[in-house]
Write a protein that binds this ligand. Structure first.
Ligand SMILES: C=CC1=C(C)c2cc3[nH]c(cc4nc(cc5[nH]c(cc1n2)c(C)c5CCC(=O)O)C(CCC(=O)O)=C4C)c(C)c3C=C
Ligand SMILES: [Fe+2]
Length: 388
C-alpha cells in the first residue's frame, strides 16, 4: 500500500508499517526520506576489539527492536534497577524508523587490527576550498549512527539508547538533530524547501531509479573490499547558513545564486519544477541565463563528469551564536555515493571555489563513513565478518 508518504501527523506515524531492519542493504538510504533526523558520531574509548564487537552486536539487537516500535530488551519488572528501555518512545509506534550505521576512517587505524580491511574509497577527505570554518569537534568520528523517523522522539530514542549501551566502550563525539527533510529521495514525495526558502531535492537521485542507485550509490564489484558490496559511503557536512544576510538579499539575486525560481523551483530557463535546466541558454545581453556561479550549474552532472550523489540532508537549528547573536541554522548535508573520491570531493571542490552560494554559507563540520551492507538477521551486526 502506502510507500512514499512523508508522514506528518503523529497519528499517521503511529500507523505506519515498520521499515524492515534486516536486508541486503541498510535501510535509511533508499528509504523515502523521513521527516526527522537524529545523528551521532561516536569515538571508541575501549582499546580491545572484543568490546567493539559486543557493542555492535548489542546495538544491532536494539535497532531490530526499536525499528519495530518495541522497547530495547525485555520489559522486566525489576523495580530495583533502572528500566531496560528509557521509555520515551513507548506508544509512538515504528514511525518508519531506520537506523543506519557506518565506520569512519579512524575505525581502521591500528587499534583493532582492522587496517587491512580499510577500503581505498574511505580515504580521508582532503582539505577542500571553503573548509576554513570546519570545527574539529563537529567533525570525524570512529562510527556514525543515522536515525531517521517521522517522529522526533523515536529518532532521538535511538541515539540515547545507543550511547547508553555503549557505556565503557564508546562515547558520542558530536551529534546533530535535523528537521524538515531537504531532499526527497522518492518520486512519491513532494519536494520540500530548505531554510533559504528554495525547493531542495528536485534533481536528486530518486530511489525508484534502479540504474542511478546502481551507478552512483551502491558499492558494486569494483570495490577493493568485498565486505562493502551493497554498502555505500556517507559524507556528512554541517553547513551553516548566514540567514540574516540571506534575508536582506533581493529575490532576483537569491534566484541567481541557485539558478532557479524560488516559488516554482523551476530552472531560470524553464517554467515547471522538473524542467531540465538549459545551461547553454543566453539572455538578450549575451550572458548565460543560469549564471556561471549558479549552484545548479556547478553541481550538475554535466559540470562534474556525469557524476551524481544521493542527497538525504535535513535542516537544523541550534539556537544562536553566543558571540554574535545570529541564528545558528542551516543544512545538515548528508550524501550517499559509491566513491567519494569521484563524487563528493570533485563536486565540492568546484562548489567551494565558485559557487555563488558561498557568500551565504559556512561549512562547520565534516565527516566520512563507510556504510556497510545490511544485516542478515538476528545475531548479525555491522562489520561482523571483519572480526572473523
Ligand atoms: C557537494 C555537494 C553539494 C553541497 C555541499 C550542496 C550544498 C547545498 N545545496 C543547497 C541547495 C540546493 N542544491 C540544489 C541542487 C544540487 N546540489 C548538489 C550538491 C550539493 N549541494 C547537487 C548535486 C544538486 C543537483 C544538481 C543537478 O543535478 O541539477 C538545489 C536545486 C534543487 C535540486 O535539484 O535539489 C538547491 C536549492 C544548499 C542550500 C546547500 C548548502 C547549504
Ligand atoms: Fe545543493
Amino acid at each position: 500500500h502506502e510507500t512514499g508518504h512523508a508522514g506528518g501527523s503523529p497519528a499517521a506515524a503511529r500507523t505506519q508499517e515498520p521499515v524492515p531492519f534486516y536486508g541486503a542493504r541498510q535501510a535509511g538510504i533508499a528509504t523515502p526520506a523521513q521527516d526527522r533526523l537524529a545523528f551521532a558520531a561516536f569515538d571508541i574509548t575501549a582499546t580491545d576489539a572484543e568490546s567493539v564487537q559486543v557493542m555492535l552486536g548489542t546495538w544491532a539487537a536494539a535497532a531490530a527492536q526499536m525499528t519495530r516500535g518495541l522497547p530495547v530488551g525485555a520489559d522486566d519488572r525489576n523495580t530495583q534497577s533502572p528500566p531496560v528501555d528509557t521509555g520515551e518512545a513507548e506508544g509512538l509506534g515504528p514511525a518508519r524508523l531506520t537506523v543506519t550505521v557506518g565506520f569512519g576512517p579512524t575505525f581502521f587505524d591500528e587499534r583493532f587490527g582492522l587496517s587491512h580491511h580499510r577500503p581505498a574509497a574511505l580515504a580521508d577527505l582532503p582539505t577542500l576550498p571553503g573548509d576554513g570554518s570546519l570545527q574539529p569537534e563537529r567533525s570525524g568520528g570512529d562510527l556514525c549512527v543515522q536515525a531517521c523517523a517521522d517522529d522526533p522522539t523515536v529518532a532521538f530514542h535511538v541515539i540515547r539508547n545507543f550511547a547508553r549501551l555503549a557505556r565503557g566502550t564508546a562515547v558520542i563525539r558530536w551529534s546533530q538533530l535535523g528537521f524538515g527533510r531537504t531532499s526527497s529521495t522518492s518520486q512519491a514525495q513532494q519536494t520540500e524547501r530548505n531554510l533559504m526558502g528554495f525547493k531542495d531535492g528536485t534533481r536528486n537521485i530518486k530511489s525508484e531509479s534502479g540504474t542511478d542507485m546502481a551507478d552512483y550509490v551502491w558499492v558494486g564489484k569494483e570495490t577493493d573490499q568485498s565486505w562493502m558490496r551493497d554498502g555505500s559511503y556517507l559524507v556528512a557536512r554541517r553547513i551553516r547558513m548566514l540567514i540574516e544576510s540571506w534575508d536582506t538579499d533581493s529575490l532576483a539575486d537569491q534566484q541567481n545564486v541557485f539558478g532557479r525560481f524560488r516559488t516554482s523551483g523551476a530552472p531560470l530557463t524553464g517554467h515547471g519544477e522538473f524542467d531540465t535546466p538549459d545551461l547553454n541558454a543566453k539572455g538578450r545581453d549575451g550572458q548565460p541565463v543560469i549564471p556561471a556561479g549558479a549552484h545548479i550549474r556547478l553541481a550538475s552532472p554535466s559540470s562534474n563528469n556525469g557524476q551524481k550523489i544521493l542527497r538525504r540532508g535535513y535542516s537544523y537549528t541550534d539556537g544562536i551564536d553566543a558571540t554574535t547573536g545570529l541564528l545558528d541554522a542551516g543544512l545538515f548535508f548528508l550524501a550517499y555515493q559509491k566513491d567519494p573520491r569521484k563524487q563528493f570531493v570533485p563536486i565540492q571542490t568546484r562548489l567551494g571555489r565558485q559557487d555563488n552560494l558561498n557568500e551565504y554559507i559556512r561549512h562547520t563540520g565534516s565527516a566520512l563513513f563507510a556504510v556497510p551492507p545490511g544485516l542478515k538477521g538476528a545475531g548479525d551486526w555491522w562489520g561482523k565478518s571483519l572480526f572473523a
